[in-house]
Design a protein around this ligand. Structure first.
Ligand SMILES: *[C@@H]1O[C@H](CO)[C@@H](O)[C@H](O)[C@H]1NC(C)=O
Length: 391
């Protein structure tokens, strides 16, 4: 038993990893090496496992050490199918794996529940075990917290797994989002806020410079997940932007090309154009997350000139575009909701709507009160569509 305890204190030495050797540890290594047969070695592994289970069951590092040594043993010296030793070795490996998985998954789940940062622990997991087990741990941790945490918040917490410029953590974060979404689907749940945040994170992942170097299998799974999201959200977060048609008249919002706005060169008028289903580059808009809350706030930019939309209270809360930077945040940030295939843009108690006609071909776009019900009237629902490409 004395020898066993020493073994426990230095599991990595079992198969002779390089560590600063202390005199008494030399003996242990020799003991192992002398135990020539695979059966004997397996017996040592069993003894170590027994001792860990009784005295160090929650010591992740020790379990991890045994797991990795067992992995080497199974890889180099026995096959699972080679008789009773092989079978027994693989059963032991599986048992240790299960234990390690539950230790790591529980710790991760506890951190998610406590809203602690999971980045460092995530990197520890990724550096400790093979990708398949990382995935398994994520699935179990998410299963554990799924009914205890607000789902839309979980999306954001899992995003923290990505550590700046670290590809391993980037892939792990993608795996975690896939695991969460997989769980959501298998539960047949329905949460707008969750889907909203998932669509946002998918868009961020896809436009990230590291995404191109992610392996094809993972990319394919992420793309498949993107396709299962409501198309309206895919368009909202599309880095190419979108055009907006009013549901009431199917007229698109566009920014005028001539400067006939009362701010001189610094502003442009915005209307809808009275030709149904028509779009072009003057209508191209991109939505940017300005402030990340549980539900984010957005700015909207007209892409042709890169001018930001804002609301002019002195013009009856009309929508217009400003030349540079973002205008004051109270008039240029929107919260965005969606109903079926339509987006709804709001500022405080006001909702963006197609309003009265300006002349024969144009209609004003205004922020109107009294449209806080869901869904608001058709004039206040905007269908995002891909803009027609410039001719
Ligand atoms: C506009 O597009 C919708 C959907 O594709 C279609 O149902 C409608 O008939 C179109 N309207 C016109 C005037 O083209």
């Amino acid at each position: 038993m004395h020898l066993l305890l020493q073994l426990l204190l230095c599991i990595p030495l079992v198969v002779g990893e390089v560590l600063p050797l202390q005199p008494d540890l030399d003996n242990i290594q020799m003991t192992i090496r002398r135990s020539a047969s695979r059966g004997d070695k397996l017996q040592v592994f069993h003894s170590i496992w027994g001792a860990i289970r009784s005295d160090f069951a929650t010591d992740t590092d020790k379990v991890k050490g045994l797991y990795s040594q067992l992995g080497i043993f199974v890889r180099d010296e026995v096959q699972c199918s080679s008789g009773s030793t092989g079978q027994s070795a693989c059963e032991l490996q599986q048992e240790v794996r299960r234990h390690l998985r539950s230790l790591m998954a529980q710790r991760l789940a506890n951190m998610l529940n406590a809203e602690e940062s999971i980045q460092t622990y995530g990197m520890y997991i990724a550096a400790s075990v093979e990708p398949a087990l990382v995935r398994d741990i994520l699935v179990h941790a998410i299963e554990d917290v799924y009914f205890h945490r607000p789902l839309e918040k979980l999306v954001q917490q899992l995003e923290q797994l990505y550590a700046d410029r670290d590809e391993v953590s980037f892939r792990m974060m993608i795996e975690a989002q896939l695991a969460l979404f997989g769980r959501y689907q298998s539960m047949h749940d329905n949460s707008e806020a969750f889907l909203f945040n998932v669509a946002h994170v998918v868009s961020k992942i896809r436009s990230h410079h590291m995404y191109a170097s992610v392996d094809a299998g993972l990319q394919k799974r992420l793309e498949a997940m993107g396709k299962r999201l409501p198309p309206v959200l895919g368009l909202l977060f599309d880095p190419q932007g979108f055009c907006l048609l009013s549901r009431s008249d199917r007229e698109y919002i566009y920014t005028t090309i001539t400067d006939d706005w009362n701010y001189g060169l610094n502003g442009r008028q915005v209307f809808t154009w009275q030709k149904k289903n028509f779009t072009d580059s003057a209508g191209q808009i991109r939505a940017f997350v300005q402030e990340q809350h549980a539900t984010p706030l957005f700015t909207l930019r007209s892409e042709l000139f890169k001018w930001y939309y804002f609301v002019d209270p002195s013009e009856g809360n009309r929508l217009a575009a400003l030349r540079s930077g973002s205008p004051s945040s109270s008039t240029s940030t929107w919260s965005i909701a969606y109903v079926e295939d339509a987006l709804i843009f709001r500022q405080r108690e006001l909702t963006l709507c197609a309003a009265e006609k300006f002349d024969d071909v144009r209609r004003l776009v205004k922020m109107l009160p009294g449209q806080m019900h869901t869904p608001p009237s058709d004039a206040c629902q905007w269908l995002p569509v891909a803009c027609a490409p410039p001719k």
